[in-house]
Design a protein around this ligand. Sequence first.
Ligand code: GAR
Length: 210
Amino acid sequence: MTRIVVLISGNGSNLQALLDQSDANQLGGQIMAVISNKADAYGLERAHAAGIATAVVSNQDYADRESFDAALMQVIDGYQPNLVVLAGFMRILTPTLVRHYRGRMLNIHPSLLPRYQGLHTHQKAIDAGDKEHGCSVHFVTEELDGGPVILQARVPIFAGDTASEVAERVLVQEHAIYPLTVRWFCDGRVVMQQGNAYLDGALLPPHGYA
Ligand code: GAR
């Protein structure tokens, strides 16, 4: 059984999608704990409602990134996870932490990577005049939002769309592709080797499975 720890910072709608998938016995693994760097993250309530253990490791309690990540790692490792899932976790992680979970840490990012790494991705896509946008699930590597992509989903951008309208459209897709990718990982179908992602033994292209 794949032991999963989910890291959040906020609303936790992606966490909810994973919890729902788990309820339906379709996740392929077990969510052992939800950890937030914010005590008031709504996602913690979602975890409580689902009877999942929670922990808060507040970055504000630590002098620097290294000491925060060391504390975070200790809490994560207390649950002995095979998989760490970043679901709207809004902290940049140190290379030490990322290396520790190499090949067993996933992230979802609201853009069609490699386009628009970092923040404000929806506005960036609108400002660029893009006709489509989307989200990507990828393995986490030391390069921010730069690890190998496993799966992407696309949505249209319509004339006059606001960033929040686009974000809402993208979130619907996030809730579909993240549980699916976690399932693939739990079933041993997706792995990272030598910095590349493989699905069923086949090297995935830069934009992931298509
Ligand atoms: C999601 O859109 C996720 O892709 C994004 O934050 C949102 C969290 O929503 N993550 C990042 O931007 C990471 N760089 P949620 O808390 O409702 O799941």
